[in-house]
Design a protein around this ligand. Structure first.
Ligand code: ACO
Length: 323
């Protein structure tokens, strides 16, 4: 049986850090309000002229280095983003050119905060079907460009960044028999469009638009769907919650993360949290958190890692991976 086995991951955050205190100088908010409601202390914001493709390329470079691979080894780039450089072509093709990858295929996946899980699911399928041998999955966003900086209820929640993971198709009969992606689950419910969306786009308004959200509604769906989808992916992989070494949730809000962990009965030490430093970076948040937990030695080869995310659409999903 072919398995998509993780070869390495990497990340990049823009240099500029904006603290809650700095935001409080610009608008009616406070460090206390933001921390209490979300757990966020700071976020990274891309510089003028720094685009999603730039962040993505730097994260991809870091992942290639970790994996001991070159761009020429890649057959596929799947870039999850809701903030592409341009309406078309796919930002993934810019990254392909930047990396110096002259063959294979590159395309974007749009599932907002669930984008990384969707990207992993798509890449895993293409690897298992023999369409590609090695895939780079990236989550990269510049949400600062689609925020309404006059709306304190949303603009304090998000940040910019990118994370990447390299997957390679390996024969399960080989040395890494147990490793790789064990199961994926993806869902969406288009009836929930109005609780989280961007009020513009090329076809509707010929402009980019800004993010609009009914926070309380999103919160309710997030806690219920996240615990449910983790249970579903564990069932598909033949595992139980007690088998999870690391839960790496989409980093939207500490209260959503804590609620999901509690519903699953997981000790807090098993849940990777980076929302305090990165805020919500949408599709980038899971690979950014993976990079932190691999970098500091928490996630080790052979560990069972479950990633899960939910975002606009609503779209949500989870993957179970033996690292
Ligand atoms: N600073 C200070 N006060 C604020 C701020 C702010 N930044 N934003 C809103 N307020 C005020 C409101 O005006 C309101 O004041 P009022 O009572 O005088 O009317 C009060 O705080 C409460 O506002 P609510 O919107 O009801 O606050 P709530 O407790 O729902 O918290 C929050 C808002 C943090 C957005 C919460 O609903 C939430 O976390 N939702 C989840 C949304 C999320 O994480 N989305 C991310 C995208 S989707 C995803 O990634 C899962």
């Amino acid at each position: 049986m072919i398995r998509s086995v993780v070869q390495g991951c990497g990340a990049y955050l823009p240099e500029r850090v904006v603290t809650n205190a700095e935001l409080a100088q610009r608008m009616e908010t406070s460090d206390e309000w933001i921390q209490q409601r979300t757990g966020i202390r700071q976020r990274h914001i891309a510089a003028d002229g720094e685009f999603t493709s730039h962040l993505a390329t730097k994260a991809a470079d870091a992942a290639l280095k970790r994996a001991g691979m070159a761009a020429a080894d890649l057959d596929l780039i799947v870039l999850a983003t809701a903030t592409p450089d341009e309406t078309f072509p796919a930002t993934a093709t810019r990254v392909q050119a930047e990396l110096g990858m002259t063959r294979g295929a590159a395309f974007d996946v749009q599932a907002v905060c669930a984008g990384f899980v969707y990207g992993v699911s798509v890449a895993d399928s293409l690897l298992k079907n023999g369409i590609a041998g090695t895939a780079l999955v990236i989550g990269a966003e510049t949400f600062s460009r689609i925020l309404d900086w006059e709306d304190r209820g949303t603009c304090v929640l998000f940040g910019d960044g990118a994370g990447a993971m390299i997957l390679k198709a390996e024969d399960g009969q080989g040395t890494s028999a147990d490793r790789g992606i064990l199961a994926n689950v993806i869902h969406s419910d288009g009836r929930q469009h109005d609780i989280l969306y961007v009020d513009g786009g090329p076809s509707s308004t010929q402009s980019t638009g800004l993010l609009r959200m009914e926070g309380k509604e999103v919160f309710k769906h997030a806690v219920v769907n996240m615990a449910q989808v983790v249970g579903e992916v564990l069932g598909k992989a033949g595992l139980a919650a007690g088998d999870i070494d690391w839960l790496v949730p989409h980093q939207a809000n500490k209260r959503i993360i804590d609620g999901t962990g509690r519903k699953l009965g997981l000790p807090a030490e098993r849940v990777v949290v980076t929302v305090d430093r990165h805020a919500n970076t949408s599709a980038a948040s899971i690979p950014l958190a993976l990079d932190v937990a691999v970098g500091d030695g928490r996630i080790k080869r052979g560990d069972v890692v479950v990633v899960e995310g939910i975002g606009g659409g609503l779209a949500w999903g989870a993957s179970a991976i033996r690292w």
